[in-house]
Write a protein that binds this ligand. Structure first.
Ligand SMILES: N[C@@H](CCC(=O)N[C@@H](CS)C(=O)NCC(=O)O)C(=O)O
Length: 149
């Protein structure tokens, strides 16, 4: 297991933080966490987060990684039992799905944080994204007992 110390700067509702935390729990990576108020960001956030967004991963207290997908990939690489496959093609395939997941998370985040008027538009985009996923799973046979029609 990695000997580094890990600290997450996050927000309790943030789905991007949740994806990092899910990975850390799954891989039993020890971490500490500070939640911030995104509507009243502390000044110190901008010294560690160029975008002013969370999650931020602090490695050994003063090394910073931002962007949840990059944080996840880094944590997967520095810990045992990688979730990513070692085969380059399979790994690229996993990254494709990671990107797809990010698109869905972007829509979910908009629903959580933005104006009510955007809620319906984003909700239907999420439904469309999930419908794409369902169609694909039916085509490749992940749901063997259901027909694709
Ligand atoms: N692409 C970023 C998105 C992170 C993000 O948008 N986080 C939201 C909270 S869920 C945030 O910090 N919003 C504050 C802002 O936009 O100023 C990632 O994957 O880490």
């Amino acid at each position: 297991m990695a000997k580094n110390t890990f600290h997450i700067v996050g927000h309790q509702l943030c789905p991007y933080v949740q994806r990092v935390v899910i990975l850390m729990l799954e891989k039993q990576i020890a971490y500490s966490r500070t939640n911030i108020d995104l509507y009243n960001k502390p000044d110190w956030l901008f010294a560690i987060s160029p975008t002013g967004k969370v999650p931020i991963l602090l490695v050994d207290e003063n090394k910073v990684i931002f962007e949840s997908n990059v944080i996840c990939e880094y944590l997967d690489e520095v810990s045992i039992n990688p979730l990513y496959p070692s085969d380059k093609f399979d790994k690229a395939n996993h990254r494709s799905w990671f990107s797809f997941g990010t698109e869905i998370l972007d829509l979910i985040a908009k629903i959580i944080y933005q104006d009510k008027s955007l809620f319906c538009a984003n909700e239907s985009m999420i439904e469309s994204g999930l419908a794409l996923l369902k169609r694909y799973f039916l085509i490749i046979g992940i749901f063997p007992h259901q027909s694709s029609t």
